[in-house]
Ligand binder design. Structure first.
Ligand code: SF4
Length: 338
């Protein structure tokens, strides 16, 4: 079967997306499982809608979400994100698998004379994937850098977790792992390949990583939301341009000031961690200095509508009749990884 590319608005600076030939062949092979790294952010939602628009059957699609706090107490993540992801999966009748590294980012910051924590995932049944024992010490925040070796948070709680789950679940067969990076987001991402062999590709496990929205303009992402009338994650309604960790280390001063207005206890906790670790997140600059440099972009009426929900459980409907572009759309305020 040949899948049709959806129609997108045509504007001079917006190119119509294309599917690389190799990816098209895998899409057309019904034995290929499509596994979507689903953060609940706009690019992960766009990937799902893009596949559905092409006519890909739902029974070939599986969503995977990583809990960055690793089922420990909530600090880095938006509290509503897991419930938003579950509500989206339920609304589209898609399976979703939740996975995490025990204790998440905070636990890894405090690693002392030990190895990485174990990985878990839930498929209706809980699976535990033990990590190698070790005796190294971290006691540091991740570096605010595009280099994934020093900005270890992305690899420890997301990239490595997903590949451990893939290795455990898929010993063989054809697999496309879809991730939502877009070139427009940063200079580093502009150089990413549209597709490549997945990190745990083997002769038996024909696994490829595909970035289907790599060339999407942000307008094309919101067009898909509008078409399906999907309610975006509430953080976009509050003015965030990216929905990653709520406490993303790449946040701008204005974003930190907004976090502090919404969840001052989180900033206080980070400040206490800086004291305890004798290490600052921003190269000698304390978190309070960063917060005090910015101005909150939160609007009172939006906090009234979404504040409680974003800091608790997502309970609004996924499909909304009166779809409006959220405040955070097209914002250049930094709030996510580069
Ligand atoms: S969103 Fe930010 S803080 Fe979270 S894992 Fe990515 S880079 Fe790290």
């Amino acid at each position: 079967m040949t899948y049709q590319l959806p129609l997108f608005r045509e504007e001079p600076e917006i190119k119509k997306p294309t599917v690389p030939e190799k990816m098209q062949r895998m899409l057309e092979d019904p034995s290929t499982t499509l596994l979507i790294a689903f953060s609940g952010g706009k690019d992960s939602v766009a990937m799902v809608l893009y596949l559905l628009d092409m006519g890909i059957p739902k029974d070939r699609i599986e969503l995977h979400h990583h809990d960055v706090d690793g089922h420990g107490s909530n600090l880095f993540d938006w509290p509503c994100t897991p419930s938003y992801c579950q509500a989206f999966a339920d609304a589209f009748e898609l399976p979703i698998i939740f996975s995490w590294r025990a204790g998440g980012i905070r636990r890894e910051i405090y690693r002392e004379e030990e190895g990485l924590q174990d990985v878990y995932y839930h498929t209706g049944q809980l699976h535990r994937l033990p990590s190698r024992k070790g005796s190294s010490t971290r006691r540091k925040f991740p570096a605010v850098s595009a280099d994934l070796r020093t900005r270890w948070c992305s690899s420890v709680v997301k990239i490595d977790v997903l590949s451990r789950v893939v290795n455990d679940r898929f010993k063989s067969g054809n697999l496309l792992i879809l991730t939502g990076e877009r070139r427009q987001e940063s200079a580093a991402r502009s150089r990413y390949k549209a597709y490549e062999k997945y990190r745990s590709y083997t002769k038996a496990r024909n696994a490829w990583q595909w970035r289907p929205v790599i060339d999407f303009h942000e307008a094309q992402v919101w067009d898909l939301y509008r078409k399906y009338r999907v309610q975006p994650h509430p953080c976009y309604e509050l003015g965030w341009s990216r929905c990653s960790c709520q406490l993303c280390i790449f946040s701008s001063p204005n974003t930190w000031a907004s976090i502090n207005e919404l969840a001052p206890w989180k900033v206080r906790e980070l400040a206490a961690m800086e004291e305890d670790l004798e290490h600052t997140l921003y190269n000698g600059m304390r978190i309070w200095e960063k917060v005090n440099k910015g101005r909150s972009f939160l609007r009172k009426e939006m906090v009234q509508r979404w504040g409680e929900e974003v800091m608790g459980q997502f309970t609004s409907p996924i499909f909304t009749e009166e779809w409006k572009t959220p405040q955070g759309a097209f914002s250049r305020e930094l709030s996510g990884a580069v």
